[in-house]
Design a protein around this ligand. Structure first.
Ligand code: MG
Length: 218
């Protein structure tokens, strides 16, 4: 875990979902592979050819945009798949119920945090997938706000979903803390926007944020 900045009086916590509120390599891998498989079938290519082409595009993009990473949604846009189609594909293909189970330690953590902070998730997945994921983890009732790919029709890193989450929370941007597992996607832009930022290696680090965010209780 690395804490980049914490506001003086944080009022809202904005969590990334995948790789942050759960750690499950198999499910994460399925989220990358299933849309690539579908795109390969549509384009009459093998999975390996399609995956290679996508990786090449992302590597080229990163070389032209130092320090940044392009989301899978924006990559697919470049391959002729609209954000609306990406939303539909993910709703159809992703299967959190197959991989995830309730996490009592996470529930305990977010329950304590929810007593002090507005709680939101900002994800590049559709809201329905995020809600199903929260339900699998047993914390759906603890995180009332979800901003997904279908909320603003743009992928992180983009200001719109972060601003929207702050607005729905009803708190100024500089009272929010973004918590996520990818610096370029979840942390760099929120810091530029004036939010706090905490980079985590996975859900185990989320269990560990309590002392930093609930200092008065310790
Ligand atoms: Mg993530």
């Amino acid at each position: 875990m690395k804490i980049f900045r914490l506001p003086k009086n944080p009022a809202a916590l904005i969590f990334d979902m995948d790789g942050t509120l759960y750690t499950n390599d198999e499910y994460m891998r399925s989220q990358l592979e299933l849309p690539v498989k579908k795109l390969a079938a549509l384009r009459g290519k093998s999975f390996n050819e399609m995956q290679g082409a996508i990786k090449q595009y992302q590597d080229d993009w990163a070389a032209q945009n130092p320090g940044k990473r392009i989301s899978l949604g924006n990559t697919f846009k470049a391959f002729g798949v609209s954000i609306e189609e990406t939303i539909q594909w993910r709703e159809m293909l992703y299967d959190p119920e197959r991989y995830l189970t309730p996490d009592p330690k996470l529930r305990q953590t977010v329950t304590l945090l929810a007593a002090s902070y507005k709680m939101a998730v900002v994800t590049n997945n559709p809201v329905s997938v995020a809600r199903r994921t929260l339900a699998c983890l047993g914390i759906d009732d603890r995180i009332p706000i979800v901003v997904g790919l279908d909320t603003c029709k743009v992928s992180k890193p983009h200001e719109a979903p972060f601003r929207t989450a702050a607005e729905i929370c009803g708190v100024p941007v500089n009272a929010c803390v973004s918590i996520g597992d990818r610096y370029e996607i979840d942390i760099a832009l929120p810091l530029e926007m004036g939010m706090g930022g905490i980079l985590v290696d996975g859900v185990e680090d989320v269990y560990g944020v309590l002392p930093y965010l609930l200092f008065d209780s310790f």
